[in-house]
Design a protein around this ligand. Sequence first.
Ligand SMILES: Nc1ncnc2c1ncn2[C@@H]1O[C@H](COP(=O)(O)OP(=O)(O)OP(=O)(O)O)[C@@H](O)[C@H]1O
Ligand SMILES: [Mg+2]
Length: 351
Amino acid sequence: MAEVFLEKVNKIYDNKVHVIKDVTLDVKDREFLVLVGPSGCGKSTLLRMIAGLEDVTSGKIYIDGRVVNDLPPKDRDIAMVFQNYALYPHMTVYENMAFGLKVRKFPKDEIDRRVREAAQTLGLTEYLDHKPRQLSGGQRQRVALGRAIVRHPKVFLFDEPLSNLDAKLRVHMRTEISKLHHRLQTTMIYVTHDQVEAMTMGDRIAVLRDGIIQQHDTPLKLYNDPENLFVAGFIGSPSMNFIRGTAQENTIKFGEITLNIPGRVPRQDVIIGIRPEHFVIDPEKPHFAAHIEVVEPMGNEIFLYFTLAGEQVVARVPATHNVRVGDRVPFRIVVEQIKLFDPDTEKRIRF
Ligand SMILES: Nc1ncnc2c1ncn2[C@@H]1O[C@H](COP(=O)(O)OP(=O)(O)OP(=O)(O)O)[C@@H](O)[C@H]1O
Ligand SMILES: [Mg+2]
């Protein structure tokens, strides 16, 4: 059992750099929470504060209902896996995994039991005698995970543990970590700047920008119901398209196009957000036709790039469409899925 709760947590480095701003965040028992955001937004700082490796300037951090602000890292019952998991090169896989327990003076047979169990879980049993240099990148990363698992911590913290691996291995380890979470049923907090990792791994995702939580919800809710322009643009690949326009009553206008929307908005300038899959090729009832500038076949689907109301946009269509550069393609917009944003506050305008 381990809940993690952050209450109005702030971090100011050297009395001047305010990097974490009033972060309140609850991580439920056994939840896999992904903390995602661009480089420099404060993800590692937040994780290090939970681990106790960094002081909290103000606010409280609770683990299992207990304030841990003044608790040293070793007493927090947390294990952290970093991007640069330095394994001890002169030790075997077994010794690397056993090391932390040895230092903590665990009995030998208990260490042995835990290391073998973790090795089994991670598929490392046949490598226990190997040295790190005899392992592949993915195997080394698994040893780093093993070192954390043997501690049987209440909470696992991961700081971009897969970013040093090549793309294919990263996808593989992503599913391995998800499986591990199902098997261990332990609370996990996972930091990444990769929104695909966030979407595929998280029970819930917290999006961080400039030290402020933008939205904290399930992956689908973030995708379908973003609170602001930042979340809308950050989650999803290719990104949501944004077009400047105006709204009035139940219509929106951009370029030459006027659309009816299922709701009402006071007259104002808006940013219109359209996901690539919400441009549908439709010769029967098109809203507009576009000259295709770039075609990117992805195998199961095609990305089509064109200009709409002065903006470069992308549509995602099934690969059954045969479209070539220079073609004039009729598109319908799935109007029910349009999102509107205030250009000044960047907040979602609901209608
Ligand atoms: N020890 C420190 N002293 C002063 N400023 C720091 C310190 N550590 C980090 N910062 C600053 O705090 C901000 C957040 O850094 P942090 O490492 O938490 O970002 P991040 O989201 O993990 O980024 P990345 O994705 O690149 O790892 C950055 O602007 C960074 O320069
Ligand atoms: Mg970081």
